[in-house]
Design a binder for this molecule. Sequence first.
Ligand SMILES: [Zn+2]
Length: 638
Amino acid sequence: MPERTVFPRVKSARFQSGTLLGTQGFALEGALFEHLDPSCVRGLLLDDLGIPVTMRTEHMPLEHYRLSISPKGAVVATADERGALQALRTLAHLASQGPLPIGEIDDGPDLAIRACHLDLKDQHPGRDYIFDFIDRIASMKYNALVVEYEDKFPFSDEVRPRAKDCWTPEHVVKFVEFCRVRGIEVIPLIQTLGHLEFLTPFHPEISETPAMLCPSNPSSAELVNLMVDDILALHPASRFLHLGADETWDLGTCHTCRDTADHEGKGVLYGRHMDRIISHVLEKQVRPMIWADMVLSHPEAFDFIDHATVMVDWDYWPYGERVDKVNIWGLGQHPNEAWEDVPEEQREVFGEYTEIESGDCWAEAFPFTEMLREKGYDVITASAVRSHGDPYTHPDWSYHLPNVWAAARTAVEDGSLGSLVTSWAIRRTLPELTMMGIAAGAECMWQAHIADARWLVDFPARFGEVFIGDRAAGMAEYGLSVRGLGYDETLTQKREDRGGGWAMVPRFDRIKRRLPKYPELDHGALSARVAVLDRSASALLLVKPKDSARKHVELYHLAADEALLKAWIFRVLARLESVPADKTVLKMAKHLHAQLREIKERAARMWKEYLTPTALTSELSFRFDEEDQSLRKALGRK
Ligand SMILES: [Zn+2]
């Protein structure tokens, strides 16, 4: 039996000895092909000299297929076009590894919606990269993409905000069609209450805080409904619209809102506003989605949220199967020993979904998915591959991989509609570096039961084998080195409330605060970090990528080098603060300053393929200006 890898793993494969020659191309027959364009399947070569592939319809669940490969050619049985596409993707993957094996594959996904997230805020990816990204997630058998447009969407004049590099209506239409032919459903996302920093400056009369509209003012929902109309006009086939509405912690700020919050509860404020928008969306025959954190924080809001709404249960922290710090929305994370501090009222609401064992409180990952299901909502669980807590150079895989796994597994166990792998651009890692987590999501959403604890440990090596290396031994090095980069306090972003306004805290200031005794730094945390990063950067040098993965690995090299250089810079700056005239350290600072310029140039060269020119400029400034200025100051330069 020939060795073959199919990604994501198929449900069942029975191969016999022998292979089928002539896999340089495929010829396609069957009615199903009249409605789809097989040339959109990445890696599928259409050529009259190739093997014939016959497609026939058969009753089976959506996206399922049976692929039979015999010496005469391949036959695909499926019920729908997406099933046909998935079968062709399996064929393409098999053919990329040599002659096709003789045998039969029965396959289909465990979840109906398997979604990725494209976030256009803060770090706007270039158009070519977006199309390439879609092609790649389609080849991993994702079938939905949640697109957070923010001000990149061409809103009408009444709504107003439009970024300098905003999309044109034609671009949106082309993008949606590009996704459609690949079997990817676009789910547009617009914020409708909080996280509206891009909108409020244009509408101060209805804004309650810089990030939030006033939910008591009916004009707020009227404006949002204009945005809904704008979005739906360019997504006429969308079945879903994601209305965001997470983290509206400012509820109850204005006089009117405070009054309602005091007498009826914040959930009533939230619920009434969301109901005005949800009803509007339902009238358009589209199903709304919302992030579930606010209704879970203020359960009185449930009474206002129509049951056709899909609850997106996001939780980016659960490690593995058991959670010892249960996140009670609105109250924060409760380690098991502090469960007694949770007010009785919340204990009654949430207690049923947690376990108390000899005084300890713990829960399974995503404990409240079951609660949302029991309240009668369809649920999508949401994990993250870029989120709060990540360094801005690279994702921290030690918690993203178990998180993606837990979200997919819970979704299957609790009969959810699907799962979504989010990726928050504000965390700044280039989307390309999140591909390992996206691939992990694809595999465990397709087949939750194979994704066990062993699979989780082995996944980086599997990703290395399938996507990075040419099946060469030693690809585990890729996984080990990128995991070794890990969490980095010095490279996370922190905002602080500084006298009524939120501001970024300079990175070096934060390090000083955490490590106040400068003379000890050389033997402290920073030098340990330097050593760890050095090991990871060196291990990456051993990875020998195949041509198609060369750029991906080079980007990882850059991330490791950047993290390492920053660690050195912080270490030297800290040293200079304690001994300003130390000549050896000054020489070192000069050397690091030159390296900083070099790495900035390298980044500018490499990232221009991934970001729009506007996004590239702000990215370079965010990453390098602060250290550049600090080093100049330390060296007595202007
Ligand atoms: Zn208000």
